[in-house]
Design a protein around this ligand. Structure first.
Ligand code: CAA
Length: 263
């Protein structure tokens, strides 16, 4: 059931251990205004620090995940305002502040900042008809929430350059084929079922191991291979200090279900 207190988002717990944030500004197709982003960051940080929550689903509506930054809010901004407030920097807070996996479930439009927000998630699922793109060039500007970097890492320079210079959209089917999305689904209902099921699967594992797995995979996006492999090995070694590694391996040997202590 939706919790009260937010104007532009809804927060719920569709299954035990699974937090869901639903962007809910339907009249503007979930355009990502500053107040919406502030609420989103507050909600994600609360879910991240809640001991009851193990994984997070981030979604919009069937029609729009998010149609981008709020163009009407941005239109009058001056350089000095954008620069001194570090406009849009707070959008990527979820990539540093949230240690639990975030699954973006994308249906409908995921344009500009909406596409960039989806690309910040740890796992991206979408519908076949999802409409992704970086149309900023049409507005006389460029992606500002990491699109030129994350999309390029996801699809390679050739496709990213074409998409960002033309502003052309790509579908959910293409997103899956190009490795932007882990999977795409035929309907919104199937998408949401799958996203929540995946979150539930993750919520069934050791929180310590899950956090470490997310951390090391994300490091691969920042580090050269040799450093990344070494980083992984160090974190792998450190998990021998967890209870859950002992519990998981003992349960395997005894053919029992692991009862994690999350320690
Ligand atoms: N900002 C503010 N309002 C938006 C918006 C946005 N990004 N996207 C849609 N809206 C508003 C529309 O203005 C409209 O409001 P009104 O009813 O008050 O006129 C309402 O949402 C419904 O939109 P449409 O009538 O346009 O709906 P549609 O179904 O005909 O078209 C659409 C849908 C193709 C997504 C179209 O709305 C659109 O092109 N939106 C803008 C997409 C875009 O350019 N996004 C990039 C923004 S820049 C950015 O994100 C910068 C960055 O990198 C961070």
């Amino acid at each position: 059931s939706p919790k009260l207190g937010y104007e532009f988002i809804q927060v719920s717990e569709p299954r035990p251990g699974v937090g869901q944030v639903t962007l809910n500004r339907p009249k503007a197709l979930n355009a990502l205004s500053t107040p919406l982003i502030t609420e989103l960051n507050t909600a994600l940080e609360a879910l991240s620090s809640s001991p009851k929550i193990a994984a997070i689903v981030l979604t919009g509506s069937e029609k729009a995940f998010a149609a981008g930054a709020d163009i009407k809010e941005m239109a009058p901004l001056t350089f000095s305002q954008a620069y001194t407030t570090s406009f849009i920097e707070s959008w990527s807070k979820l990539t540093t502040a949230v240690k639990k996996p975030i699954i973006a479930a994308v249906s409908g439009h995921a344009l500009g900042g909406g596409c960039e927000l989806a690309l910040m998630a740890d796992i991206l699922y979408c519908t076949e008809k999802a409409n992704f793109g970086q149309p900023e060039i049409k507005l006389g500007t460029i992606p500002g929430a990491g699109g030129s970097q994350r999309l390029t890492r996801a699809v390679g320079k050739a496709k990213a350059m074409e998409l960002i210079l033309t502003g052309k959209s790509f579908s959910g089917v293409e997103a899956e084929n190009w490795g932007v999305a882990a999977r795409c689904y035929g309907s919104y209902e199937e998408l949401m079922d799958a996203a929540i099921k995946t979150a539930e699967t993750i919520a069934g594992y050791s929180k310590v191991a899950v956090q470490a797995a997310k951390e090391v995979v994300n490091k691969s996006q920042d580090l050269p291979l040799r450093d990344g492999v070494e980083y992984e090995r160090r974190v792998f070694h450190s998990l021998f200090g967890s209870n859950d590694q002992k519990i998981g391996m003992k349960a395997f040997a005894e053919k029992k279900k692991a009862e994690w202590t999350h320690e």
